[in-house]
Write a protein that binds this ligand. Structure first.
Ligand code: UD1
Length: 338
């Protein structure tokens, strides 16, 4: 993005959104953050006076209209990003991630906005036939969260074909780092393990811990996403963004315990419903088209995240008191033992 733009960051008070908003502002853009603050307002403290903040809900057309007014581009990061939880709250998930996204898209189109960046997910690939996953792999989304991400990619394609929008779709992996919520027991294994250690409790592993993920430090997704607008080769052309360094969840638990210097052990419980065993991506397309290279190792990223987390101190986990399909809720959540 060479010229200065007025950019709406939907979900801009969230973990990834707040970092994106700051990076865009640093690059000289006028930034408006739009959020319903369900994840709290704490990240707003990181913003300087250059960032405008608008309270609103993506599920309400009126709010979206207010959000997009006068903007040239939308970065849409507002979502309920909980894969494991989506199985027992599928309607809530679809309302936020599909309907909320469609409302934001419609109002962007009505405002005459062309550039629309969407953070999709590695989850859209489901259980991969082959790793590392290339963008050309089939999208076998196999949990409700993944379905929502895939569905909205399709909406963007349709409105692009109608000549209404210029979509840029990034498929992120397991992003972690400072500002990720530590009080959410359903998502983000990195902050969950760190919080467990801060609380002096054993980290809990779903299954045998041999699940593999490419845990990606926040700065390794924020910079490339801010580079994407204006890259003609990436219009309506989804791209994997993240590290190629892969670890098992067990390795992550052990690294966390060691780096935090606590005398704790890993506990194992039954596997999470529809948890993908091994999932990580090939990023050669990002390297070729964006000159992308992840820079932060797991060891270094974990170290930085732990420094931040220690500053925050231990957090109480906040459980959802709402479920649509109770029998699919993992017992560890009902017994509040994460
Ligand atoms: C994550 C992303 C999601 C993305 C998906 C792609 C986050 C918050 N979610 O989901 O947006 O679409 O990757 O695959 O980054 N685990 C434990 N113990 C815990 C918590 C988790 O063993 O206390 C395990 C899970 O069973 C899973 C792994 O750790 O196998 C990662 O879990 P999680 O961080 O929730 O991420 P994904 O489910 O991979």
């Amino acid at each position: 993005m060479a010229e200065t733009k007025k950019i709406l960051v939907a979900g801009g008070a969230g973990f990834i959104g707040s970092h994106v908003a700051q990076e865009l502002e640093k690059r000289g853009h006028q930034v408006r953050v739009f959020d319903n603050f369900v994840g709290g307002k704490q990240n707003l403290e990181c913003f300087g006076s250059g960032i405008e903040v608008v309270e609103g809900d993506c599920c309400k057309a009126k709010d979206c209209r207010k959000g997009v007014k006068g903007c040239d581009a939308v970065f849409h990061l507002a979502a309920h990003a909980a894969e494991g939880q989506s199985v027992f709250i599928p309607a809530f998930n679809a309302e936020t991630n599909i309907l909320g996204s469609i409302r934001m898209l419609s109002e962007a189109i009505n405002e005459g906005i062309s550039d629309f960046v969407f953070t999709s997910s590695i989850a859209t690939y489901g259980k991969p036939e082959k790793v590392p996953i290339k963008e050309t792999a089939p999208l076998n989304a196999d949990d409700p969260y993944a379905i929502t991400k895939k569905a909205f990619e399709d909406y963007l394609r349709v409105y692009h074909e109608l000549g209404q929008i210029t979509p840029y779709i990034v498929r992120f992996f397991n992003v972690y780092g400072p500002r990720q919520r530590m009080d959410d027991p359903y998502r983000g294994v990195v902050p969950i393990f760190i919080n467990k250690c801060l609380k002096g409790e054993n980290p809990v592993i779903f299954g045998d811990g041999l699940q593999k993920r490419a845990f990606t430090y926040i700065s390794d997704v924020v910079e490339p996403i801010c580079d994407i607008v204006g890259n003609k080769k990436l219009v309506n052309n989804p791209i994997n963004i993240g590290t190629e360094e892969v670890h098992t969840v067990k390795e992550l638990a052990e690294m966390t315990i060691e780096q935090m210097g606590v005398d704790l052990e890993v506990e194992f419980v039954s596997k999470r419903t529809s948890d993908v065993k091994v999932t990580y991506c090939d990023t050669s397309k990002a390297k070729e088209l964006l000159g992308y290279q992840a820079k932060v190792s797991m060891e270094k990223g974990l170290e930085k995240t732990i420094v931040w987390a220690k500053g925050m101190g231990p957090q109480e986990f906040r459980y959802f008191d709402y479920t649509e399909i109770p029998k699919l809720t993992h017992g560890i959540y009902t017994s509040k033992k994460i």
